[in-house]
Design a binder for this molecule. Structure first.
Ligand SMILES: NC(=O)c1ccc[n+]([C@@H]2O[C@H](COP(=O)([O-])OP(=O)(O)OC[C@H]3O[C@@H](n4cnc5c(N)ncnc54)[C@H](O)[C@@H]3O)[C@@H](O)[C@H]2O)c1
Length: 312
């Protein structure tokens, strides 16, 4: 197949591109390189079946080939990235999504929206099922991301209902693995880099807040299944193994053999206190569940960062 991946030079996107190429597909990546890098696509570009077009998809998507699948991942994803670019985040969630949907409609392609567990906000229902509508502060600092994704889900649903477009809406929970951008504020890459450098690990608040971490290869497998299935209604993808942030810190200190201490800093505004996906729908509709346990995933990620930091 010919496939478009927006945001394909980023962390998840580049792993998705690698998996599509391994399946035998050809891929065109549209990415403005705001948080992604061409280095993430080094092996993909060397394959001769992947092309990188540097373009802001909020402005349009100039695609001159006929495509069978469109994966829309372009968006700042880490809090520091979207807090630094609030207007761009809203633009890519709205106009960027519309351009990606229009491309899929033009070619009758399956469309996948990379949505997020952040549509649940600070959830009062736990674990989060797809039927839960969420608890989002529409004017809080995080709203530029949360509401952009909620709008993107609404727009995708409107294309499904109005144009009968085959769509998948995937609510991604915390995902980790090699190629997470160093220093972009995500919990796993933060802790691993701090541990490897022997710096204190920064825990926001008490560290009793929970996250559920999914290894990137599991997530990518779920994205491929979801796009092919085009179920229409949202589907959670994540690992239901819920851990406190302190548990994650302890696991990473063990995996790196680091003696770093843990320091606490104030909790950012509207930081979600609990996160755990209910993945029954993914299991039923897609036959999907994560296969890589968190400790194994952390080891593979530590190996990657140690190499990147020139430490091993
Ligand atoms: N990593 C996670 O845990 C997670 C969780 C939930 C949802 N998601 C979603 O998955 C997608 C990928 O996230 P990621 O973790 O790989 O983040 P990332 O920052 O590594 O990748 C995002 C990519 O989108 C590109 N991009 C941003 N704005 C763009 C624009 N206007 N035009 C073209 N390209 C643009 C960036 O350059 C980058 O390559 C995002 O949509 C994110 O919201 C990720």
């Amino acid at each position: 197949m010919n496939i478009v991946v927006t945001g394909g030079a980023g962390f998840i996107g580049s792993h998705l591109v690698d998996a599509l190429l391994a399946r035998g597909d050809s891929v065109v990546v549209f990415d403005d390189l705001s948080t992604g890098t061409p280095e993430n696509l080094a092996s993909a570009l060397a394959s001769g079946r992947c092309e990188l077009r540097v373009q802001d998809v909020s402005q349009g998507i100039d695609c001159d080939i006929r495509v069978q699948e469109v994966y829309h991942l372009a968006s700042p994803a880490s809090p520091p990235a979207y807090l630094a670019h609030p207007l761009e985040t809203l633009a890519v969630g709205s106009e960027g999504t519309r351009h990606a949907l229009e491309l899929a409609r033009r070619d009758g392609a399956n469309f996948l929206l990379a949505s997020t567990s952040e549509v649940y906000g600070d959830p009062v229902e736990h674990p989060q099922r797809e039927s839960y509508w969420g608890n989002v502060n529409p004017v809080g600092p995080r709203s530029v991301y949360d509401e952009a994704k909620r709008f993107a889900e609404a727009l995708t649903t409107a294309y499904r209902c109005t144009h009968q477009l085959p769509v998948a809406i995937v609510r991604i929970f915390n995902t980790f693995g090699p190629r997470l951008a160093e220093g972009d504020g995500r919990v796993v890459s933060n802790f691993i880099c701090q541990s490897l450098r022997g710096e204190p690990l920064t825990v926001y608040g008490t560290g009793e807040q929970t996250r559920s971490l999914c290894y990137v290869s599991d997530l990518v497998r779920g994205l491929q299944l979801a796009c092919a299935t085009a179920f229409g209604e949202p589907i959670n993808l994540g690992n239901p193994n819920e851990m406190t942030v302190l548990d994650i810190a302890t696991l990473i200190l063990g995996a790196t053999g680091s003696a770093s201490e843990i320091v606490h800093q104030p909790l950012p505004q509207d930081d979600p206190t609990r996160r755990r996906p209910d993945i029954e729908r993914a299991a039923t509709v897609l036959g999907w569940s994560p296969a890589i346990d968190v400790a194994t995933g952390i080891e593979m990620t530590v190996t990657h960062f140690a190499k990147q930091l020139g430490l091993r």
